[in-house]
Write a protein of this length. Structure first.
Length: 248
């Protein structure tokens, strides 16, 4: 499992100033992802692997696999879960407010405006039954019945990248990558209550995928249900396992 964490809180050993350490998706796609894939292939002795990308992980994969044919040849199937390539129709109010105030969607940063926004959001949310859950829903869409409400605090803290998975440019047009050249067989999933990867944006992406092998839309899923949804094994994970077994 690979993961990227990025915000305006640079680690002390980097020597970066605030704002200069933002992670660029292009660099993650061109340098980080190939390093991860090559490491796994070297350790396992395999020539190809299956890649499951969620949100930012799917975005980076689209960039990498369409830009580097030699890397794409190492991917047997690409499973894209709630991929974010354009955010023209994203509905998350927190995401949009942060972008308008900060000039970028920085929810966990420490800019002056964001520092004001944090307590304001908390005051709004504290009137709800569960402020933490509602903050997640404001980011990614509502589906409380599918959220496991008994997770420990440690489990939640292990995912402090929650805002960085939605650190997209809020651009109205897709990035200038030739996704049509991506030769990897690709399966895509989207959620009907997803406020980050809106289905309308997914539908703009699908015609650009040359080897689209499957598209599944789960009507009541939000952005977090792909990783935290209680019905994930039945709706998603078992399907991926079946597709992997079927391609062997």
């Amino acid at each position: 499992r690979g993961g990227w964490v990025s915000d305006t809180w640079p680690p002390p050993h980097t020597g970066c100033s605030l704002g200069s350490c933002s992670f660029l998706f292009h660099k993650m796609a061109i340098y980080d992802l190939p390093a991860m894939i090559n490491f796994v292939l070297q350790k396992t002795g395999q020539k190809q692997l299956y890649y499951v990308g969620y949100s930012q992980g799917a975005t980076i994969a689209f960039i990498a696999f369409s830009s580097m044919p030699e890397l794409a040849q190492k991917i047997k199937t690409f499973f894209a879960l709630a991929p974010v390539v354009t955010m023209k129709h994203a509905k998350s109010p927190v995401l949009k407010m942060s972008f308008l105030l900060n000039g970028k969607p920085d929810i966990l940063g420490k800019g002056n405006v964001t520092a004001y926004l944090h307590p304001l959001l908390l005051q709004i949310l504290l009137g709800k039954t569960d402020p933490c859950a509602n903050l997640l829903f404001l980011l990614g869409g509502f589906n409380e019945k599918n959220l496991n409400m008994v997770r420990s605090q440690q489990d939640l803290e292990a995912h402090e990248w929650v805002s960085q998975m939605v650190l997209m440019s809020l651009q109205e047009k897709p990035p200038y990558y030739q996704l049509e050249k991506m030769p990897v067989p690709t399966a895509v999933w989207s959620g009907g209550e997803d406020w980050v990867a809106d289905q309308r944006d997914i539908l703009l992406l699908l015609p650009r995928i040359a080897r689209l092998i499957s598209y599944v839309h789960i009507t009541d899923w939000n952005h977090w249900d792909f990783i935290w949804g209680l019905d994930g094994p039945g709706h998603l994970y078992s399907c991926i396992v079946a597709m992997v077994k079927g391609s062997q």
